[in-house]
Design a protein. Sequence first.
Length: 188
Amino acid sequence: MATQQKKSATKHGFKTGEFIVYPAHGVGQITAIEEQEVAGHKLELFVIDFQKDKMRLKVPVAKADSMRKLSETDYVDRALKVVQGRARVKRTMWSRRAQEYDAKINSGDLISISEVVRDLYRAENQPEQSYSERQLYEAALDRMAREIAAVNKMSDTEAVRLIEVNLAKGPRRGAKADNEEAEQEEAA
């Protein structure tokens, strides 16, 4: 199986050195565009490195539509506004909601991921999350933070802090806030 580096540094609007979003894995960097012979056919591949996961992915150039460029800064701002909103939790079984959250995380869409972060966020004064809730929340937070970090050229830690600041701007959460809302509704 022979591998050779391609001279062309741009294919399908993507170029080497560029950060992209691959929906199932998050933010990665195109390190090369190479040609490989597989089963007698020449195949052009994007070589994408995911530093944090210590993973390398080779995606056929023909499948480039499965990845996308980083979000624009105004889209990042919209995602940060989403986490400030009120959590929308459907009254369905957890297993069904967990599947929906997982699908949103793996969609690669920053707004969908921010909805998962918003819906699964727990403030200090709220009850503990289950293990699976915590896992989904952390996966969504990590995906969101990595893209915001790449777009704003900041560290992942700074991006997480930025998300947490925006979560704190949201409506008050927790039992105390829920009781106050109930009292306000009864008074009305």
